[in-house]
Structures are given as C-alpha cells and as structure tokens.
Design a protein around this ligand. Structure first.
Ligand code: FES
Length: 150
C-alpha cells in the first residue's frame, strides 16, 4: 500500500510553500485526499507534478497552459514517462513559437532604436504585423471604443 505524504513533507521535498500547494490544488494542478483527521495527504506523484510546474514556469509556460496540459494526463493512475514526454512535446512547440515571436520582436526593436516615434502607422512595435490594417480603413482606434477627452 502506498504511503501518502503530508503537506509538510511535500513542502520540504518540493521546495514549494504550502500556500502555493493549496493554490495549485484549487486550480486542479494537483490533488490531495483527506486523512481521517481531515488533513491533506498527497500521492507521491505530486512531487513530479510540482517539479514539472516549476520547470514549465521557468520556460515561460503560464499556469493556464499548464492547467490545459495537465488535463491530458490520466486520471486514476500515475502519469508515466510517455505522458510526460507528450507534455514536453507540446511545450516545446509553444516554446519554439515564442522564440520565433521574440526573435521577430527583437528585429523590430532594432528598427525602433533611435526613432521613438511609436507611430500607429509606421512602428512595428506599436502596431505589430499591421493589425489595425486588417480591421479596415478609417480610425480603427477611435472606432474600437477608445474615448477622446479634451
Ligand atoms: S519607434 Fe519609430 S518605428 Fe518604432
């Protein structure tokens, strides 16, 4: 029979505060069961989940994205190496996309250094990929609900 961990052991072994564990639990990222004394008890795989959350956050993956990814993990059994590898593949793709976006942004920033105009028409940082042009002609910022005060 598996020995369950109390919250103090999970805190010590994961390096994550109890309040953070509670937060993860409210978001459904980890689960606990209750002891006869109504205290939280955790299966050992919670340590892997917490470690993965921290690694993913270090990679820039948001808690919402982690939440979505964890929904793909099996319920009722401990996640296996293959399950974790599948998560890693999804996050690798997301990371590749972010790197691509950041590389593009860095190039645009180089263009803007020394300029400072922040023009809606000309500045790629102010209006990335000319998003306003896709909304049609006219004063898109004003039509979009921005108020003008005098
Ligand atoms: S600040 Fe002038 S083009 Fe971006």
């Amino acid at each position: 029979m598996e020995q369950l961990l109390n919250i103090g052991k999970v805190v010590k072994r994961s390096g994550v505060a109890a309040s953070t564990l509670h937060y993860y639990e409210t978001r459904g990222l980890i689960q606990s069961v209750r002891s006869p004394g109504n205290q939280r008890r955790y299966h050992r795989d919670v340590l892997r989940r917490v470690a993965l959350i921290k690694v993913a956050q270090n990679l820039g993956v948001s808690l919402s994205e982690i939440e979505q990814a964890f929904k793909q993990l099996p319920e009722g059994r401990i996640a296996k190496q293959r399950d974790w590898q599948n998560l890693a593949k999804v996050w690798q793709l997301q990371l590749d996309q972010r790197i691509s976006q950041l590389t593009q942004l860095r190039g645009q920033l180089s263009h803007c250094i020394g300029c400072g105009c922040l023009s809606v028409e000309d500045c790629p940082l102010r209006n990335p990929a000319d998003q306003l042009a896709t909304k049609g002609s006219g004063a898109q910022l004003l039509d979009g609900g921005m108020s003008v005060t005098s």
